[in-house]
Design a protein around this ligand. Structure first.
Ligand code: NAI
Length: 358
């Protein structure tokens, strides 16, 4: 296609982006594709401004052909906006996780949604790598000068613990692989897509068919599945009450898989000893978001950081070049790589966004 209008909704990097040009996901560095798109004769709008009908994003969506977003400061493409986006044919997620796009509306309007599958899965799994440091959230207690009273009382070894993942896809499997050397008592997973026996054996993981049953056996639960209709608000008061008293919940998947207030309440009561993650249910999170200040009764247990696990410089290179490849294929009329397709021709092309057979 010639003379296409491409819009990228990215986030501002400011001085950091000027100093570090490998921060490709920023408005300043434009996914490294501005010159290429210009040379190819396309219009390229890059903006951070997404809120309200007068924002650059909402004003330009009406005649945009291709929308590029990242999950880090996402533009929420609702059913209402899809109805206005008369020219839209392709949405590219520069990263992994396209829940900020109403995928059912994309199907209704026959818009293709593709993500750069695998681009940052190692980066996210490595965020779990020093899990004890994250889990004891001691740094926060230390900064508050409460070292003696808090840190040791809220800190445990991984050895001998039961750890379960909700979702055993690319990230879930990489997290399990990184946990193995810590000699946990047992590794468990809950996923409607069953791992091949050899893969489960290599990871030393056992499948549990019921989520409530799995979480009741775990000292630590880690969430590694996409956000969709069936996972929104999944970790609510009821499910958290089925977890072991004093367990840890780690969520680098999507904030909205957990009910924010229920997590904060469970931490305050000690039902959860800690909650760690980098994704918030609304991004950017409001100043009064409960996850900014929540604590366990020992004044610790909060391992929240900004949405950053999947955006290392290596990841930014992979999702920027991956997004460019999706765009190049689309301009050339070539088939997309099947693992990148989320919805196409009015249907889900992936099995990861919910078990739609049941
Ligand atoms: P994947 O598609 O390889 O694996 C997802 C797995 O979750 C699949 O096996 C699927 O069957 C399973 N699943 C879906 N619904 C489920 C449910 N209700 N219960 C149990 N399992 C369920 O995806 P990948 O690459 O592992 O990424 C997973 C998610 O992690 C992404 O969708 C995204 O939301 C999040 N993510 C977060 C990042 C960050 O920066 N924090 C970066 C990359 C991904």
């Amino acid at each position: 296609m010639n003379n296409a209008k491409i819009m990228a909704k990215l986030y501002k990097g400011g001085r950091a982006a000027e100093e570090e040009t490998r921060l490709l996901g920023t408005v300043e560095n434009k996914l490294g594709m501005a010159n290429w798109l210009k040379d190819e004769g396309h219009e390229f709008i890059v903006t951070e401004d997404k809120a309200g009908p007068n924002s650059v994003f909402q004003k330009n969506i009406a005649d945009t052909d291709v929308l590029i977003t990242t999950p880090f400061h996402p533009a929420y493409l609702t059913a209402e906006l899809f109805a206005k986006a008369k020219n839209l044919k392709l949405c590219i997620t520069a990263g992994v996780g396209s829940d900020h796009i109403d995928l059912n509306a994309a199907n209704e309007h026959k818009v293709t949604v593709a993500e750069v599958t695998g681009s940052n899965v190692t980066s996210v799994a490595e965020h779990h790598a020093p899990p004890r440091a994250q889990l004891c959230a001691g740094a926060r207690a230390d900064r508050e000068g409460r070292l003696e009273r808090c840190v040791a009382r809220s800190s445990f070894d991984l050895e001998g613990k039961v750890i379960g993942t909700v979702g055993a896809g690319r990230i879930g499997q990489r997290v399990l692989k990184r946990l193995m050397p810590f000699d946990p008592k047992e590794l468990l997973y809950f996923d409607y897509n069953e791992l091949a026996p050899q893969a489960a054996e290599a990871l030393g993981v056992r499948r549990v068919a019921d989520l409530g049953d799995m979480v009741s056996q775990c000292d630590i639960v880690t969430i590694n599945c996409p956000l969709h209709e069936k996972t929104k608000g999944l970790f609510n008061k009821e499910l958290i009450s089925r977890m072991r008293h004093g367990a840890w919940l780690v969520n680098t998947a999507r904030g909205a898989i957990c009910v924010a207030e229920d997590v904060a309440e469970a931490l305050a009561s000690g039902q959860l000893n800690g909650y760690a993650g980098d994704v918030w249910n609304v991004q950017p999170a409001p100043r009064d978001h409960p996850w900014r200040t929540m604590k366990n009764p020992l004044g610790a247990g909060n391992g929240m950081v900004p949405h950053m696990s999947g955006t290392t410089l290596d990841a930014q290179y992979r999702y920027a070049t991956g997004a460019q490849d999706i765009l190049r294929r689309w301009f050339a009329g070539e088939k997309q790589e099947s693992h990148n397709l989320i919805v196409e021709n009015g249907e889900y092309a992936t099995k990861a966004y919910g078990d739609r057979k049941r």
